[in-house]
Write a protein that binds this ligand. Sequence first.
Ligand code: MG
Length: 403
Amino acid sequence: MASQTPPPLTDVAIVLVAAGRGLRAGGPVPKQYALLAGRTLLAHTIEALAVLGAPIQPVIGSGDAALFDAVLATLPASSRALCRPAVVGGDTRQASVLAGLEALQPTKPHIVLIHDGARCHPSAGLLTRAVEAARLYGAAIPGLAVSDTIKQIDAQDLVIQTPERATLRAVQTPQSFAYSLILAAHQRAIQKKIDNLTDDGAVAEWAGHQVHVFPGEATNLKVTEASDFAVMERLMSADLSDIRVGQGYDVHAFGSGDHVWLGGVKIPHTHALIGHSDADVLLHALTDAILGALADGDIGSHFPPSDPKWKDAASDQFLRHDVELVRNRGGIIAHLDGTLICEAPKVGPHRDTIRANIAKICALPLDRVAIKATTSEGLGFTGRREGLAAMALATIRLPYSAS
Ligand code: MG
């Protein structure tokens, strides 16, 4: 959240490893692009890392550029600005990390954090501990004491030995290093054809460095299985416990013309709607509903009709602005529900297109956008076909703050 953002760390950079091909159970895209609590897993991860204010070097899978660009488009401008152009990873995790480290060479960081895209919930405290540990020790990894007894087994599932539990740690990311140390270790490992190391701590160990373990955190889960998504969704929902509903209402009168704009979709009609902007009543009602949920004025205060800038403006930008406001508060839009009230044009044939367009504008899954239409049975101004009205509700979730 913006209020917690410390001053930028000028000598720290982050390698974000998101090149994996693992699919969420049944999912069509690599799991880092699957949706979790209304956003992609990777968007949550980048937002969590952005708290440090350090540049982020994403490493993505080949062919994932469009998916990654879509993730960037859902980020607040301040987080997006921290992301360097993504580089494409290699066949192994080591190769991907090395690609990220080498891409950071022009920025000459002293400290680098290496973080898995699938860990979307590292706290600001954990990130700070990682930076401090790297400054002190040169190579450091977050670890948790294990509560289960761990057995080493052979290929026949027979126990070979039982390591002493008190000496074991389950390690996580971000792992943190002096940049020159870990870059050299990775380069040497690849030269020596060592490519099966599963974390960067192991690369540093292999290169002969002492690796310090600092406290990790239980909520810094690696989201891999479908069940992990459910657990993380519950965790993140608990963070977004300030649930608000806002309403919006708008009317525009019919005048001469041959089309109307509804939900950002151009619909042929015998009349146009008259307004300072494109007079898209549905987008205006939705814009006001979100502003209502934020308790942040109304469409007129954000986009004054007195400002010539908004003359004939396409109204999707008003809604996009709201989406950005919600993101800047660390929140999500949980649901949008709009109703159009008119005798004509007939909305039914366009409803799916309108719904899909609003979902796209707000970067929401389709099942979080509802669009309905009704007539007013010939009564009132809508019944007399003098104008068109729209009502909307927006449900948003924000981090709970006592202020
Ligand atoms: Mg309006």
